[in-house]
Design a binder for this molecule. Structure first.
Ligand code: GLC
Length: 748
C-alpha cells in the first residue's frame, strides 16, 4: 500500500507543481485531431512566439500601429476592433506576414447584443426563459461574427446581492440556480450547439466572487469563505464549464486577501484541477498589473510569475507576460512547460473556432445580418418577457379603444441611448425604438409628450407644464428610471431612490387625480417604495434595449401579458443591504415583529426587537425574488410528492395543479424551492431548484410533474465534501420565493 501511496503522492506533486493538463477529460470539446494539431504547432514555436500568443492588446486607431508586433508574433488576441475591413487586415498581417501565420482571436464585449441590443442581462434573467435567452445570444453571435468578432467577454456570472453595485446590471441576479441556467443558455447561444463560422467563444466571468464587493463598491475586496464560494458563487461557473464554455476571465477583486488573477486555489486547483477546464483563461483589463496595487506583487515581473503559477493563459493589457516571461524562464523561475500549457489552451480555442481554416470575415455578407428583422423581433420578445409588473390596481392593461389623449412623460420616455442600458459598445441609439415613438405610431394624434425632466438626475422644483398637460389627458404614462451611466462597471450608488426630481414629478402627476402608470427602466432594483402610492400601476423593465418601446407599449396595452419575475430582491431601503431570499435562518429569525411605526410615541421602555430585523424597516423586502404580477391570476393546488422518503441518488417527483383563475391567457413562472432543515452547517431557508414557464388560457388548469434529483440538494458541508446530507427537507411550489405552503420529505 505504501508503494501505491508514494506513486500517488508523486503524481499529485507533479500536478501541483505545474499547470499540466489534469487527468480529467477536457471540457471545451477538443478531439484527438485538434490536440495533434495543437501539439504539432507548439513544437515549432520559439519561446518568444509562445509568449506572444499570451499577449492580448486593445486595438484602436490604425492597424499599422500594430503591424510590427503582429509580424513578430507578439500578439495572440486583440479586442475593441469591430471594423471588419480592419479586422481582416489584422488577420492578414498575422497570417501572411508572421513566421508561423497564427491567426488572432478577435474579442469584444458583446454583453447583451451586438448591434441589436437586448435587455441588459439582469433583464434577460427576469424572463426565466433560458431558451429565449439562448436565442438572443445566438443573434448576438451572428451579428458580431459578421464583423469579425469571434470571442465575447460574456456571460457575466457574478452573483449579486447588493444593488449598490453597478454591475448587478450585467449579471443574472442573486440566485445560483437561475444564474447557472442563464449561463448555460448564453454559452450555447454564443458558441452555437455546433461550432461553425458564427460561433463566438463565450467567456464566463468574473472568476470569482466579484459581486460580493464589500459595501457594493466596485473593485472592492471580498471576504467569501471557501464554503460560501463553493455553495453559492462557483456553481454557475461550474455549470457553464460543463456546458462547454471555451474561455474564462479572472476578476479584479482580492478574495480573502488573494487577487483572483494570482489565485492558485481558484484557477489552478478548482477550475483546472477539479473541473478539468482546458479552455483559455484571460485576465481582466490589467488585473495582472493591478496586483501590484493590491500589494500582492512587487512589480510586473512578480505579478506575471504569480499569474502563470495560477495557470492564467492570457494577459489583457498589462504586457506583463510579453515583457517578463522569457526572462523568468531563462532564470528558472518559471518552467517553459507551463507556458506550453497556456499556449495549448489558446491554440485549442483558435483551432476549434476554425480560425486556421478561415481567419477572415465576409464583409459584405456581414452587413446583411445586422439589425435583421428576426433579430429585432427576438429582442422585442425578450423585452416583453423581461418586464416585471410590480403593481396594478386594475388600470392595466389600458383599453386602446378608450384612449383619446395619452400624456407621455418622464426622462426615459424618449431616451434612445439610455434605454439600451450599460455595456453597449456597438448598439446604435438611432435604431432604438422608444416608448414615445411606439405609442405615437400606435395612436397617431392622441399622444401628448411633455418630458417634465430630460435627464434622470435633473432637479426641478415645479412641473407646471407637465401638470397642465396631465389635467388634459385621459391617462398619464410616466417613464422613469436611470440613465445608462448610473449602472455598470465602476458605477456603484449609495442611494437607490429614483434620482433627481423623478419622485416629485410622479407625485405632482398623481396630485392631478388623473390615472398615472409608471414604467421604470433601470440597471438595478431601485428603492421605489415611496413612489408606489403615486401610481396606479408600475411596470419594471431593466433597460430593455433596442426594441424596448414596442415591447412596453404592447405590455401596457395588453397585447402581451407581463410574465417577468424578479431575479433579485427589491429592497424597501438601501439600509437593508444585503437582503436576499436564500438567507440563513439565524438563531432569532424575523417573523414580522413590531416596527417603530407600529408603536405609540410614549415614554418608558417598550419591549421591541429580539429578532434579526430593523426596527424602522423590518427585514422583509418590498418585492421578493421571483415576484411578478400578471394581468391574470394563477392558483396552485394539490401539491404532492410521489414518496415520503428518497435515497440520496433518487429523484423527488412533485406533482401539482396550476390553474389560470383570471380572464386572460397568461404565463406563470412556476418556481420550486427546497429547504434542508438540518445540516452539518446552517442552510438557507430555501433555495431555487427548478423553474419553468407555463402558459394557460383563462379557466384552464394543468397538472404538472417535476423531478428534482436529490443530488441537486448537495452542498459542501462541515467536512468540505460536496454531498447530500440525509434528513428532513421542505419543498415549495409557488409563483415567488415568499409564497406557498411547504410539503416535507426525507432523504435517507
Ligand atoms: C473590463 C471589465 C470586463 C471587460 C473587460 C474588457 O474592465 O471588467 O468585464 O470584459 O474590461 O472590456
Amino acid at each position: 500500500m505504501k508503494q501505491i501511496r508514494t506513486i500517488c503522492l508523486a503524481s499529485c506533486l507533479l500536478l501541483a507543481l505545474s499547470c499540466q493538463e489534469p487527468k480529467v477529460a477536457g471540457t471545451i470539446g477538443a478531439d484527438a485531431e485538434v490536440e495533434r494539431r495543437v501539439d504539432s504547432l507548439l513544437s515549432r514555436m520559439t519561446l518568444s512566439e509562445k509568449i506572444g500568443q499570451m499577449n492580448q492588446v486593445s486595438a484602436g486607431g490604425e492597424v499599422s500601429n500594430y503591424a510590427d508586433a503582429l509580424r513578430k508574433g507578439q500578439v495572440g488576441s486583440i479586442l475593441n476592433e469591430v471594423d471588419p475591413v480592419k479586422v481582416n487586415e489584422f488577420q492578414r498581417i498575422s497570417v501572411e506576414e508572421s513566421r508561423l501565420g497564427i491567426p488572432l482571436l478577435v474579442a469584444r464585449d458583446v454583453i447583451h447584443g451586438f448591434h441589436t441590443v437586448f435587455p441588459i442581462p439582469l433583464g434577460l434573467a427576469s424572463t426565466f426563459d433560458p431558451a429565449l435567452v439562448e436565442e438572443g445570444a445566438r443573434v448576438a453571435a451572428v451579428e458580431a461574427t459578421g464583423q469579425g468578432v469571434r470571442w465575447t467577454f460574456s456571460p457575466m456570472l457574478d452573483i449579486a446581492r447588493d444593488p449598490r453595485w453597478g454591475r448587478i446590471a450585467e449579471g443574472s441576479g442573486e440566485d445560483p440556480w437561475l444564474d447557472a441556467r442563464m449561463a448555460e443558455a448564453m454559452v450555447y447561444g454564443y458558441q452555437g450547439r455546433q461550432l461553425d463560422a458564427t460561433s463566438m467563444a463565450a467567456c464566463i466571468k468574473h472568476f470569482a466572487g466579484y459581486g460580493a464587493a464589500e459595501g457594493g463598491r466596485d473593485y472592492n475586496s471580498t471576504f467569501l469563505t471557501e464554503r460560501q464560494l463553493r455553495n453559492v458563487y462557483l456553481p454557475p461557473f461550474e455549470a457553464a464549464v460543463k456546458a462547454g464554455a471555451m474561455t474564462l476571465m479572472t476578476s479584479f477583486n482580492d478574495n480573502d486577501g488573494v487577487p483572483s488573477t494570482g489565485n492558485v486555489f481558484l484557477v489552478k486547483d478548482v477550475l483546472r484541477g477539479e473541473w478539468g477546464f482546458d479552455g483559455l483563461v484571460v485576465t481582466d483589463w490589467n488585473s495582472m498589473g493591478e496586483m501590484i496595487n493590491h500589494g500582492f506583487g512587487e512589480n510586473r515581473k512578480d505579478v506575471a510569475q504569480k499569474s502563470l503559477e495560477a495557470c492564467v493563459d492570457m494577459d489583457m493589457m498589462t504586457y506583463g507576460y510579453l515583457s517578463h516571461l522569457e526572462e523568468l524562464v531563462r532564470s528558472g523561475a518559471v518552467k517553459e512547460s507551463d507556458i506550453d500549457q497556456a499556449v495549448r489552451n489558446i491554440l485549442r480555442v483558435k483551432f476549434l473556432l476554425g480560425l486556421f481554416e478561415d481567419p477572415y470575415v465576409d464583409v459584405e455578407a456581414g452587413k446583411t445580418v445586422q439589425y435583421a428583422p428576426e433579430h429585432l423581433a427576438a429582442a422585442q420578445k425578450t423585452a416583453e418577457e423581461s418586464a416585471i409588473l410590480l403593481k396594478n390596481d386594475g388600470i392595466l392593461p389600458l383599453d386602446p379603444a378608450s384612449v383619446r389623449n395619452i400624456l407621455v412623460t418622464g426622462p426615459l420616455a424618449d431616451a434612445p441611448h439610455d434605454q439600451l442600458g450599460t455595456w453597449v459598445f456597438d448598439g446604435e441609439p438611432a435604431h432604438t425604438v422608444t416608448p414615445l415613438r411606439a405609442l405615437q405610431e400606435r395612436f397617431p394624434g392622441k399622444v401628448t409628450y411633455v418630458p417634465g425632466l430630460v435627464f434622470s438626475r435633473e432637479r426641478k422644483a415645479r412641473f407646471d407644464d407637465v401638470v397642465a398637460a396631465a389635467r388634459r389627458a385621459d391617462v398619464v404614462l410616466a417613464f422613469l428610471g436611470e440613465e445608462a451611466i448610473l449602472s455598470g462597471e465602476a458605477h456603484s450608488l449609495a442611494d437607490l431612490n429614483l434620482k433627481g426630481s423623478q419622485s416629485e414629478l410622479l407625485a405632482a402627476l398623481h396630485a392631478t387625480g388623473k390615472p398615472v402608470v409608471a414604467t421604470v427602466m433601470a440597471g438595478r432594483p431601485l428603492t421605489i417604495e415611496r413612489d408606489l402610492p403615486h401610481c396606479r400601476a408600475l411596470l419594471y423593465a431593466f433597460h430593455p434595449g433596442t426594441m424596448g418601446g414596442p415591447a412596453l407599449a404592447n405590455l401596457l396595452l395588453g397585447d402581451v401579458n407581463p410574465s417577468g419575475k424578479a431575479p433579485v430582491t427589491f429592497l424597501r431601503t438601501v439600509g437593508q443591504v444585503p437582503l436576499y431570499y436564500s438567507h440563513t435562518m439565524t438563531g432569532r429569525p424575523y417573523n414580522g415583529e413590531t416596527l417603530l411605526d407600529d408603536i405609540p410615541l410614549s415614554a418608558g421602555q417598550t419591549s421591541l426587537g429580539n429578532t434579526s430585523y430593523y426596527l424602522d424597516y423590518g427585514a422583509y423586502p418590498l418585492f421578493p425574488f421571483g415576484y411578478g404580477l400578471s394581468y391574470t391570476t394563477f392558483a396552485y393546488s394539490d401539491i404532492t410528492l410521489d414518496q415520503e422518503t428518497y435515497p440520496t441518488d433518487g429523484t423527488v417527483k412533485v406533482t401539482f395543479t396550476l390553474a389560470n383563475t383570471g380572464k386572460r391567457s397568461g404565463t406563470e413562472v412556476v418556481q420550486v424551492y427546497v429547504r434542508d432543515l438540518v445540516g452539518s452547517i446552517t442552510r438557507p431557508v430555501k433555495e431555487l431548484k427548478h423553474f419553468e414557464r407555463i402558459t394557460l388560457d383563462p379557466g384552464e388548469s394543468r397538472t404538472v410533474s417535476v423531478g428534482i434529483p436529490v443530488q441537486d440538494l448537495a452542498f459542501v458541508g462541515l467536512d468540505g465534501v460536496k454531498k447530500v446530507e440525509p434528513g428532513e427537507f421542505q419543498l415549495w411550489v409557488a409563483g415567488d420565493s415568499a409564497s406557498g405552503t411547504p410539503v416535507t420529505f426525507e432523504v435517507r
